[in-house]
Ligand binder design. Structure first.
Ligand code: ATP
Ligand code: ATP
Ligand code: MG
Ligand code: MG
Lengths: 249, 249
């Protein structure tokens, strides 16, 4: 079982889009996958078509002492289950009883039957994200093909360094290039920059800009259900294979 | 003097892009403007070409008792000054001495000679954002032309409601449509949706998707310096007039 935190404090780089579509691609390839919505906005939950306002989620497991997280897991697709954000996730970070290893305790041995657990993180460096980093075996860092996303990466690497010092272990990570446009030289500059600074860590398939990826959440469908022949579906299917086979640029 | 918080906990919707280019458009129209970078990533600071790593910023004014914020203000363009984020802004939210009205105290009467102060907020709902809402006369909410940005708006309205209850006053706001693509029906759906739910609050000029807006930050230039004839420059110039003349869709 591999726990993966999908993380980047830079906003709008494709964390949620990558979590939902990569998870479904792995599930379609017959792997058992659980996704956890750790963003109080609950966008991963909405992307999978779950809209009940007061649904139980990871919030209860983090806030209550004896709430088994599996109770909140919902089978949303074949081989794919979701632990929603829940309505109270926004209260967790300011809760005085919240610690940095709370998620680690909550998840311990709960999903051992799964091939992997993907955690969609909010765009911040607060306590929720610290919890995700502590429990993750590896991180996936989506980087949009623009300058500010690249600039934000140096801030994230600083967070990683602080973390590795206090944990006394390295956090392995993969980078996924998102919103890539072949015709834009900015996209190529960002790709070249990533290859220079992070050799061997950029997964092979850049995710191309594709309006179907922006439309599919409004139907509560993954890209494979909404537009199975789109470039978005092709790219996320290939990305799933990159992850399984460790194919990098 | 008008204090405006540029805010949306949804990431990547164009908060920083709007703050830097709207501010410069107002400055070019001969108004005195101050921008404050309240995002620990320091993207507004980078967009204006300020790259010194240990520069003094709003972090010192928030963390130290007697540090006048004006000391940290830098004249970056004619009629435009910047208060950078500073290297320690990431420490502010977890500082036990930090209160929700700290920024209000720090800014009190400091920029009365300015026509307006624009505050670029991070993509969160934490203490920094609460501080910005408490000191702001009005908010500008950039909404990218996609479903998840629209979905995130209901979460933000919830934050506003909680705030208005505890403050016992309304927070006036304008919405700015960003990353608009005429050919995408998703863009038109988002616009129609906003007009239906927020009549009279959507500023007249949608900001069109324009690669020059994504490129200009890498040169530390505003859109008016990088590509003055681009659609991005036209749109932000028009948006500045919308704000001054309260022109809505
Ligand atoms: N490859 C792509 N092509 C087109 N649109 C995309 C692509 N990837 C993401 N998007 C759109 O960009 C917006 C931002 O993506 P998303 O919400 O997944 O980012 P995020 O990093 O999770 O954001 P946040 O920081 O708010 O959590 C979404 O509306 C999404 O639909
Ligand atoms: N109209 C536009 N056309 C093209 N690119 C744009 C436009 N507006 C913003 N961008 C690009 O989209 C990315 C996100 O914009 P920006 O960083 O301003 O959003 P933000 O809301 O400030 O993000 P964060 O939530 O991380 O603070 C940036 O790389 C920016 O260059
Ligand atoms: Mg997200
Ligand atoms: Mg920003």
């Amino acid at each position: 079982m591999l726990t993966i935190a999908v993380i980047n404090q830079k906003g709008g780089v494709g964390k949620t889009t990558t979590t939902v579509n990569l998870a479904h691609a792995l599930a379609l390839a017959k792997h058992k996958v659980t996704v956890i919505d750790l963003d109080p906005q609950g966008h991963l939950t909405a992307c999978l078509g779950v809209h009940e306002p007061n649904i139980n989620g990871i919030d209860n497991a983090l806030l209550e002492q004896r709430y088994p997280v599996k109770t909140a897991a919902i089978a949303v697709r074949k081989n794919l289950q979701l632990v929603p954000a829940g309505a109270r996730l926004g209260e967790v970070e300011s809760n005085p009883a919240m610690t940095r290893d709370r998620l680690q305790t909550v998840l311990a041995d709960q999903f051992d039957d799964q091939m992997c657990v993907l955690i969609d993180c909010p765009p911040s460096s607060g306590l929720l994200v610290v919890n995700a980093l502590l429990v993750a075996d590896t991180a996936i860092i989506p980087v949009a093909s623009d300058y500010l996303a690249l600039h934000g990466l140096s801030y994230l690497m600083g967070t990683f360094k602080n973390f590795e010092l206090s944990l006394d272990r390295k956090i392995p990570f993969w980078i996924v290039l998102t919103r890539y446009q072949n015709r834009r030289c900015l996209s190529q500059q960002v790709r070249d920059n990533l290859l220079q600074y992070f050799p061997g860590r950029v997964l092979a398939t850049p995710i191309r800009e594709n309006v179907a990826l922006a439309e599919s959440p409004s139907f509560g469908k993954t890209i494979f259900e909404y537009r199975p022949k789109s470039t978005g579906a092709k790219d996320y299917r290939a990305l799933a294979q990159d992850l399984l086979k460790r194919r990098t640029l």
